[in-house]
Design a protein around this ligand. Structure first.
Ligand code: PEP
Length: 258
């Protein structure tokens, strides 16, 4: 199975989200082997997008979550509220939240523990800055992010976890990581996560790549066994580009089925 996660960020309003959701579903029509599709609209569009994707097989996710159930947390959205509108997957620790909103590893850890408790599926983002990449210290930073995010976490057999390797320097820049960098990091992420969370979690985790994925490069990433899928930002709101990414995933799945 290959997964495509569409992170629409703060790029579309409610009406645009509905239209984009319809267009996104159309990209799957008539295909024999289809990828798992997870759509992350802005919070305000979740209820309307839920109606569009109902019974389509596409999965509804949120771009963020808070770690308390309810209370005096102005502007925050709880996991229970998300579940009420049909959300099953939640993005946690996106680099834009780490950098622009100053989200810390400690906050990310609280979110991870909370969503596991409620049975939501986290999609944890990890990745290094350009400076760290140039210094050859990418694995050190990713290791520290993983250890902090999963501190005190215990996966139950029914829990599912996605980890998106998203180098900060590759997000929205048009400069993606190379296939060998991605594969090497995915192997590292899988083995370290197994070390942190325990041997049996291997079948419960999926490792995805994100960072300037487009119709041109998606096939090269998705055909790798180590790449369970891609997290797409910019190209997910441009339906022609997104269609090509879906096409690439379908081709990989088709090739794997023979
Ligand atoms: C992202 O927002 O997670 C992302 C990978 O963005 P882009 O595809 O635009 O690089």
């Amino acid at each position: 199975m290959k997964t495509i996660i569409a992170n629409w960020k703060m790029n579309v309003g409610v009406r645009e989200s509905v239209a984009l959701a319809r267009g996104t579903l159309l990209t799957l029509r008539g295909r024999k082997h289809i990828p798992e599709l997870v759509i992350l609209p802005p919070f305000v569009a979740l209820s309307e997008v839920r109606k569009v994707v109902a019974r389509s097989g596409a999965i509804l996710g949120a771009q963020n979550v808070f770690w308390e159930d309810a209370g005096a947390y102005t502007g925050e959205i709880s996991a229970r509220m998300l579940q009420e509108v049909g959300v099953t997957h939640v993005l946690i620790g996106h680099s834009e939240r780490r950098q622009v909103l100053h989200e810390t590893d400690e906050m990310i850890n609280k979110k991870i523990l909370h969503v596991f408790e409620l049975g939501l599926k986290p999609i944890l983002c990890v990745g290094e800055t350009a400076q760290v990449h140039q210094a050859g210290k990418s694995k050190d930073v990713v290791a520290q992010q993983l250890k902090a995010a999963f501190s005190s976490a215990h996966l139950r057999p029914s829990d599912r976890l996605s980890i998106a390797y998203e180098p900060v320097w590759a997000i929205g820049t048009g400069q993606s990581a190379t296939v060998s960098e991605i594969v090497e990091m995915h192997v590292f992420i899988r083995s370290l996560t197994q070390e942190i969370l325990g041997e049996r979690v291997l079948s419960q985790i999926r490792v995805l790549y994100g960072g300037s994925v487009d119709g041109e490069n998606a096939y090269r990433f998705l055909r790798e066994k180590e790449v369970d899928g891609v997290l797409v930002g910019g190209a997910s709101v441009k339906i022609n580009q997104f269609k090509d990414i879906v096409q690439a995933a379908c081709e990989v799945l088709e090739a794997q089925s023979v």
